[in-house]
Design a protein. Structure first.
Length: 229
């Protein structure tokens, strides 16, 4: 028995049921909650480097339409958690809700469509996230969405002062997408023990039944032959 777990575009989405879709929805909601916490407190800088894993996983394994829904759900959850449970700069207005739900949805749709054509590329996913940061500028976030999860630490000061906060968001998105790419290639295989027939029966059959004919074959092969014509 062999069990293989591999995340390939189009194959997992085709076999997904309600249970797996529910698990993905919970993962997306948890990801949005962790993003809101990372934006609220600079003490949770490490959350920004893993908080996009469910969203990138949805982009990798789902077709464009379900990926669009996943992105919209993630953005809506981020708005709710940022307004109701965390102290962030996102204002509780309908415009902010529409923007946070629509922009990640479009990004997930385009990312899934691109993945179907060229494969899942962490570099292209991170490059596309720069467009998300520019599109979310009307929210009034000081350092953008992903760069805002890094607080005012060493990464923000070193990279942000050199090339701006967009490059910080690019690096954070690239790390998230790379982790998804690496984890999705993990294959687990389990082999059950095989039943092997004992060789004693075969040896007994050869010694007592086939040995005379085998010796006769050797004797005939050892006889001299006439020269070829």
């Amino acid at each position: 028995m062999r069990f293989t777990l591999a995340a390939r575009p189009g194959t997992i989405a085709a076999r997904w049921g309600i249970g797996k879709a529910s698990i993905l929805a919970l993962a997306l909601a948890g990801s949005a909650y962790l993003m809101a916490l990372a934006m609220e407190s600079p003490q949770r800088v490490w959350l920004g480097w893993v908080t996009l894993l469910p969203l990138f996983f949805a982009i990798r394994v789902l077709s464009p339409a379900p990926a669009f829904v996943s992105g919209a759900f993630w953005g809506a959850c981020l708005f709710v958690f940022s307004v109701a449970f965390a102290n962030t700069a996102i204002s509780p207005t309908p415009g902010s809700f529409i923007l946070l739900a629509l922009i990640p949805a479009i990004y997930a749709y385009l990312g899934a469509a691109l993945t179907r054509r060229v494969g899942f590329s962490p570099y292209l996913m991170a490059l596309g996230w720069i467009g998300v940061e520019f599109a979310l500028r009307p929210l009034g976030l000081h350092c953008g969405l992903l760069a805002g999860t890094q607080g005012d630490g060493f990464v923000i000061r070193a990279v942000g002062s050199f090339a701006g906060y967009v490059l910080v968001a690019f690096l954070v998105a690239w790390v998230n997408a790379t982790l998804v790419s690496v984890l999705s290639e993990v294959r687990l295989s389990f082999s059950a023990p095989r039943l092997v027939r004992k060789a004693s029966a075969a040896e007994r059959r050869f010694l007592f039944t086939e040995l005379p004919s085998y010796l006769l074959h050797l004797i005939r092969a050892a006889q001299p032959r006439a020269p070829p014509v």
